[in-house]
Design a protein around this ligand. Structure first.
Ligand code: ZN
Ligand code: ZN
Length: 331
């Protein structure tokens, strides 16, 4: 099978992903072999390839928004059979025994394994992965529309729930990429007003198209205060803007796995029980809830499709903020 392999992290401009021809992966008794039809490209992939987060497995096939068809199942695999359309997200395995797994916070598991980071991912034609990481997908979507739901959608959904907003509240969204434009749709469906802050005029337009009642730059004061805010852009300085526009008791949720340092903040901005919290991964429950939501309400993932072989170029475009919505690779 063809796969894009990272042997050594390096700046994306040097094309660190190598196109290789590998033998088809062998499955163990609890694993599923999936023929990949689409794999979403996530900013985390870029952080892994460039080692902005420490490397784990090398050589590595990145990619953790895998959509494909079950080709073969191991003897002990339950509820999955060949021919089914399935997805594999970022959270791959948890230990089930640590204190975090025990109290329902498996996203914080101390021995968690992640797809395309600790185990081989989806920048390939096939992937073999444990049954616990495999989810049936909602109907009525194209492959490329499902891929962004599996990370951008799931992480965005978790961030959205953590923000605590409800009908009639106002949610500020900082950065308007793959995850944010799905969250905007979820918020709108739930009757939450959306204000979007992004440098890109195109993203501002897209935000208004998706129902944002305000779209501007981070420095632009919104028409009224935010109940809570989610920061999707990996820019720590945005915390200050978000706090500046935040109601008493509001939360600033940082949805990225990486951010530049946070600025010095006057205590008065944090006072009135405002909080800053990060999102780390997601639980299997988050994945199931988001996929259920996507079955009940059609979420429109705006995508740009590229051939698998162009992964280096796509990650470079992502780095340069030249991807308008969600980039998806197709073998
Ligand atoms: Zn991701
Ligand atoms: Zn655990």
């Amino acid at each position: 099978m063809r796969a894009l392999v990272l042997e050594k992290p390096a700046p994306i401009e040097t094309d660190p992903l190598l196109l290789c021809d590998l033998p088809l992966p062998q499955i163990s008794e609890e694993e599923v072999l999936i023929r990949i039809r689409a794999c979403g490209v996530c900013r985390t992939d870029l952080h892994i390839v460039e080692e902005e987060i420490p490397h784990h497995l090398l050589p590595l096939i990145p990619g953790h928004q895998i959509v494909g068809v079950v080709e073969e199942v191991g003897e002990k695999v339950k509820d999955l059979s060949p021919g089914e359309l399935v997805g594999v997200p970022w959270l791959n395995r948890v230990c089930g025994r640590c204190r975090f797994c025990q109290d329902g916070r498996e996203n914080l598991c101390e021995s968690a394994l992640f797809t395309g980071y600790d185990v081989l991912g989806g920048y390939a034609e096939y992937v073999a992965t444990h049954q616990e990481a495999v989810y049936k997908l909602p109907e009525g979507y194209k492959d490329e529309e499902l891929a962004p739901l599996l990370c951008g959608g799931v992480i965005g959904y978790r961030a959205y729930r953590m923000s605590g907003v409800k009908k009639g509240d106002t949610l500020g969204i900082f950065g308007f990429g793959s995850s944010a434009h799905l969250v905007a749709q979820i918020a709108k469906i739930e009757g939450v007003e959306i204000f979007v802050f992004t440098r890109s005029p195109e993203h501002q337009l897209l935000a208004r198209d998706l129902g944002a009642s305000f779209a501007g730059r981070a420095e632009d004061h919104p028409p009224h205060l935010l109940t809570s805010a989610i920061i999707f852009a990996p820019a720590g300085n945005l915390v200050k803007n978000a706090l500046l526009y935040l109601e008493r008791g509001g939360a600033v949720i940082m949805a990225g796995i990486y951010s530049t340092p946070l600025p010095e903040i006057p205590y008065s901005l944090l006072y009135w029980e405002r909080s800053i919290k990060s999102v780390a991964n997601s639980t299997r429950q988050d994945v199931r809830e988001l996929l259920d939501f996507a079955q009940k309400h059609h979420l429109e993932a705006k995508t740009e499709i590229f051939p698998l072989t162009e992964a280096n170029r796509v990650l470079q475009l992502l780095k340069e903020s030249k991807i308008k919505a969600s980039a998806v690779l197709k073998p």
